[in-house]
Design a protein. Structure first.
Ligand code: PFF
Length: 448
């Protein structure tokens, strides 16, 4: 049985950063920062990422590398036959649902890319972009086809394996993403009146912060780091003992924050410079950005570049979601990888069809007052991911000994005892308490 492993440390960091950076940082972050108070939201998001997200990320890495097993088997090995084995299965189910609707948005990016290249976005009015976008997502044929294409790319890369597929692709895609983003940011901040947008993102105005935006910032911190679903357990299981886990975690967190910052700096200066609204919501990127770019020289080209890197980012996240599934069902037996990637990828596509149709023929089909897309998104973001994160933050201090945790954390390079203890106690107390508060709020039992 041949086993996978990462070829290089940087390959692992880029692949894990690729999982983290996706629709969360590029699509969701600007619009919830836009509606949630700009700079103040950004600051709270930063704090949650560093204080709560980082310990969980290190924790998932430790579980993965210690056991060298897939997400389901890892918990079985540490706590055989116990309740805790539910964590791995929960992560797999969450990723399944998440990828089924994530691929819908991936499909929208592909269609928009196609439309931008074809020139159909040229010369439209601000309202025209919104109308065009709504027409596009309501049309079942092209959206389903694009969603299928998105899944197809994910299947082909994951079937190739960790080293040849995910690592090689991430190594090319991630640096390209930074470079392209830098071009966009330079263009955006050099616009007339861009200062207002920069201030909106970077100068905190706490009067704009609501309790809801604090909760969104917390959810966003977990979502963008891909923590709580054991994807990072799976990725870390391919790591050699020489990798220093806290260092890897902090590199990923810094890259993640940097990309969210770049996304904000690419978008808000343009939004303000052209007198658009920062709180346009989920349509911000699709309906507002083409207008921003259309007013620029070489605007279409810049927009095409933006969509390409947006697609790259969404794909590298999709790889990780499919990989957790493939690893768990093949038990890392590589001979079954190709077949499983196809079977699971196609199944996820089929399950995602109703989500795709939620913006068209199924828009009136509501369950619990939500379209299927919204229901899936709500269940994953507000219930399953925080639940997974909560269970992991309880599992580690309860079921893994302190000495074992320290030993695993300190492999590769020394780790100070003080750092270890801060990590341990934050994970043990601060993380679960914060997540429980979010839960109580979601259930409407706590209004803070
Ligand atoms: N971190 C990804 C994003 O921000 O788009 C979303 C994600 C990927 C969440 C993989 C969970 C996961 F397992």
């Amino acid at each position: 049985m041949s086993q996978e492993h990462w070829k290089s440390k940087i390959g692992f960091i880029l692949a894990a950063a690729g999982s983290a950076i996706g629709l969360g940082a590029i699509w969701k972050f600007p619009y919830i920062a836009g509606t949630g108070g700009g700079g103040a939201f950004f600051l709270i998001f930063l704090l949650f990422t560093v204080i709560l997200g980082a310990p969980l990320l290190i924790g998932e890495f430790i579980i993965g590398r210690r056991t060298k097993l897939d997400a389901v088997s890892a918990y079985q090995k540490i706590a055989p036959g116990s309740f805790w084995t539910v964590i791995g299965r929960l992560g797999v189910v969450t990723c399944f649902i998440l990828l089924s609707f994530y691929s819908v948005i991936g499909g929208w990016i592909i269609i928009y890319l196609f439309e931008a290249i074809r020139g159909s976005l040229d010369g439209l009015s601000q309202d025209g972009y919104g109308t065009l976008f709504n027409d596009i997502i309501a049309n079942p044929g092209p959206t389903l086809f694009a969603q299928f294409l998105f899944m197809l790319i994910a299947i082909l890369v994951v079937a190739k394996g960790v080293q040849k597929g995910i690592e090689v692709t991430s190594k090319i895609m991630m640096p390209a993403l930074f470079l392209l983003f830098l071009v966009l940011v330079i263009r955006s901040v050099s616009l007339d009146g861009s200062m207002e947008g920069i201030k909106f993102l970077l100068v905190p105005d706490f009067s704009k912060l609501t309790s809801e935006s604090v909760l969104f910032a917390l959810g966003q911190a977990f979502f963008t780091l891909s923590v709580g679903v054991s994807v990072m357990v799976t990725y870390a299981s391919y790591l050699p003992k020489t990798q220093h886990l806290p260092q890897a975690a902090f590199s990923i967190i810094i890259i993640n924050i940097f990309v969210a910052l770049l996304a904000g700096l690419a978008i808000f200066p343009g939004v303000f410079s052209f007198g658009l609204e920062p709180d346009a919501g989920p349509v911000l990127i699709f309906a507002v950005l083409p207008a921003v770019f259309s007013n620029m020289q070489f605007g279409t080209l810049f927009f095409i570049i933006f969509l390409l890197l947006f697609l790259f980012a969404a794909l590298t996240s999709a790889f990780s979601m499919l990989e957790i599934f493939v690893a768990a069902t093949t038990k890392k037996d590589n001979t079954k990888r190709t077949k499983r990637s196809w079977q699971l990828g196609m199944l996820i596509f089929l399950v995602g069809i109703p989500s795709c149709l939620s913006y068209g023929v199924l828009s009136d089909f509501l369950l619990f007052d939500k379209t299927i897309f919204d229901l899936f998104d709500y269940t994953v973001s507000n219930i399953l991911m925080p639940l997974g994160a909560l269970l992991i933050s309880l599992f580690i201090p309860l079921r893994m000994s302190k000495s074992m945790l320290y030993e695993e954390m300190a492999l590769g390079s020394n780790v100070g005892k003080v750092f270890f203890h801060i990590w341990y106690y934050v994970l043990k107390y601060v993380t679960p308490i914060a997540i429980i508060i979010v839960f109580l709020d979601v259930l409407g039992l706590w209004d803070f």
